[in-house]
Design a protein. Structure first.
Length: 288
């Protein structure tokens, strides 16, 4: 949904099974009328199958661009952006540009790309729904006018056996419960709709683990100090802070840890215990 032609009415942009993108403009009466397919170089844009459109200002030049996902079985790239060469109210598209992560095109099956600043650092990140039910978070390590992405973290774990998390997930974000943060709504091929509320407290986000035993490190951030609860930190634990790409940022200890020099963004507290054997990973957000 977006105001496609800047007439102050909310229009509908759809993807299709056959790979096209269609614009439905809202009339004075509130109904929608088919205004035709989105074109590039004067011809209908057509992806491989199961097209997904995200309307966004990719490069922050004040014009609506088209971010595209597709099914793409055997395709070299399944996420593209079409930059608007016209105006914000009259979009004109030419060639597409592949979106990359760590210099490599996305070739995941049935990609659903969405731009959303999830870590609240002023740069829009890429959230990608894809086959086997997973929803991935790629932190923007570039700028908001020139996004760049590296590795990912799963917001929803892949489920290749039962598909109980929804398959493939179509992803949207909204403040569902009115608490000031963005919740995630997904739907899937089977007609299911999933609501995942954002239960992030100030300075700390939800806990994730790898399916083994979990250490309740309980990280909290207050005045740029990351506190780890000593009562729940096993003396045999090795605790490190990772960035969103999975790289080690610093070693941590039980109690207070100075994180004042860290850039704002998403980090992960990873604790590995030898006795008993356990691994936990807690997501934290360093804010400005």
């Amino acid at each position: 949904m977006c105001d496609w032609n800047n007439d102050h009415r909310l229009d509908l942009i759809t993807g299709e099974r056959l790979g096209y993108f269609t614009v439905f403009l809202r009339t004075d009466s509130g109904t929608l009328t088919n205004a035709g397919r989105i074109q590039a170089h004067g011809a209908d844009i057509m992806t491989s199958n199961n097209s997904w459109p995200t309307i966004c200002d990719w490069n922050r030049d004040g014009r609506k661009d088209l971010l595209v996902g597709q099914e793409g079985i055997g395709q070299p790239c399944n996420v593209y952006v079409y930059l608007n060469e016209g105006t914000d109210s009259l979009s004109i598209f030419g060639d597409s540009t592949p979106v990359l992560h760590s210099g490599t095109p996305f070739n995941d099956y049935r990609c659903v790309p969405v731009l959303e600043d999830l870590d609240r650092d002023g740069r829009r990140d890429l959230v990608l729904g894809e086959w086997y039910s997973s929803v991935r978070f790629y932190q923007n390590v570039g700028t908001d006018t020139n996004p760049a992405f590296t590795n990912f973290v799963n917001l929803v774990q892949p489920d290749p056996d039962s598909f109980l998390n929804g398959n493939p997930p179509r992803v949207n974000f909204t403040d569902w419960d009115g608490d000031g943060d963005m919740d995630m709504i997904t739907c899937d091929y089977y007609g299911s709709v999933f609501l995942r509320r954002n239960i992030t407290a100030t300075g700390v986000e939800q806990t994730m683990n790898d399916g083994r035993g979990t250490l309740n490190v309980g990280p909290t951030i207050v005045c740029r100090v990351l506190n780890l609860q000593s009562a729940t930190c096993n003396l045999q634990s090795e605790i490190t802070l990772l960035d969103a790409a999975g790289r080690t940022v610093m070693a941590l200890k039980s109690g207070a840890n100075d994180v004042s020099r860290l850039s704002p963004g998403v980090y992960f507290v990873r604790a590995v215990s030898r006795e008993p054997s356990a691994v936990s990973c807690h997501k934290v957000v360093v804010q400005r």
